[in-house]
Design a protein around this ligand. Structure first.
Ligand code: C2E
Ligand code: MG
Ligand code: MG
Ligand code: MG
Length: 291
């Protein structure tokens, strides 16, 4: 054991790095394979208008039905996909899934946009952007069906080019939202600089509400700022009735959180929120989704 402890920390560090790199490479390939095998799918979480309990919109959240590890959540694969570049394929896959689900959502009488999450790695070049609109066109789905959620930390570098891209996406009919607002390098000037029509306030601002006066003040300030700028606000991560009551007092009525609903498969969403049952008969996405 004395011999072992004599090994330099740098060597240990290298071993660890090497192991990490090979794990990442393995994960990268596993993600691409998973996409090819249709092992990825999306769940939808409702955003509810607490005034009347109606559905405002839904958010598509990626899931991975892993052949051996079971159903994986984004924390198990998004960061790796971002680093390895697989996020591009994954993003196109998610957009494709949503496009296939939209006819069923519309048939069930569900209005409101579908929000899709984007990473900085996806939101950088015009070729990738044109491809999203091609996917929509292939499915004959209108861009006005979508909101793209962008995390604010990605809006830092190369502002002008990004602004042009965002403006074009917006011009083509997609609404833009800032996700996890308040956690990144927030600056109110983004909200004027970019064509943003919705802010999603991160759930860390709701934790502690309404018992922690400091948290109450922060959340309330964010809500008022958005309102002053004429931007809609969704509060994320609402879990309790006392949080809902607090938000009602602030007239912040667009709420996404476990209090109302967790993310769920399309079938369940339509069962709970649609006003028509899901049409019978085989659907392409049922076969594809392997639910
Ligand atoms: P997000 O976009 O902020 O999505 C909301 C996350 O908060 C979801 O986690 C949702 O399940 C969770 N959540 C909602 N309400 C509550 C609540 O009341 N309490 C708690 N504790 N959690 C709540 P999920 O599905 O695990 O996704 C995590 C993150 O992964 C997302 O955060 C998003 O940033 C990222 N993500 C998900 N799907 C995609 C995707 O297709 N592409 C990209 N680039 N990122 C994705
Ligand atoms: Mg989101
Ligand atoms: Mg969010
Ligand atoms: Mg979040």
């Amino acid at each position: 054991a004395a011999k072992d402890s004599g090994r330099g920390t740098s060597e240990f560090f290298n071993d660890e790095l090497r192991e990490q790199a090979s794990t990442h490479l393995h994960m990268h390939q596993a993600i691409l394979q998973g996409i090819r095998n249709n092992d990825f799918l999306v769940h939808y979480q409702p955003v509810i208008n607490s005034k009347d309990g109606s559905l405002h919109s839904i958010e598509a959240l990626a899931r991975w039905k892993h052949p051996t590890r079971g159903l994986l959540l984004p924390k198990d694969f998004i960061a790796i996909a971002e680093k390895s570049g697989a996020i591009r394929e994954l993003g196109n896959f998610v957009l494709n899934c949503v496009c296939m689900d939209i006819p069923a959502l519309q048939a069930a009488g569900m209005k409101g946009r579908v929000a899709i999450n984007f990473s900085s790695h996806q939101f950088y070049d015009k070729v990738a952007m044109d491809h999203w609109f091609q996917i929509m066109q292939q499915h004959q789905v209108d861009p006005t069906c979508f909101t793209f959620e962008i995390t604010e930390s990605m809006l830092l570098p190369d502002r002008e080019r990004q602004r042009d891209l965002l403006l074009e996406v917006n011009d083509r009919g997609v609404t833009l939202a800032i996700d996890d607002f308040g956690t990144g390098y927030s600056s109110a000037s983004y909200l004027k600089h970019f064509p943003i029509s919705l802010l999603k306030i991160d759930r860390t601002f709701v934790t502690g509400v309404p018992d922690d006066p400091h948290q109450n003040a922060l959340l309330s300030a964010l809500i008022h700022m958005a309102r002053a700028l004429n931007i809609d606000v969704v509060i994320e991560g609402v879990e309790t009735v006392s949080q809902v009551n607090f938000l009602n007092m602030q007239t912040a009525n667009l709420i996404q959180g476990f209090y109302f609903a967790k993310p769920m498969p399309l079938e369940q969403l339509i069962e709970r929120y649609g006003n028509q049952p899901l049409p019978k008969g085989p659907r392409a996405q049922n076969e594809r989704r392997k639910n």
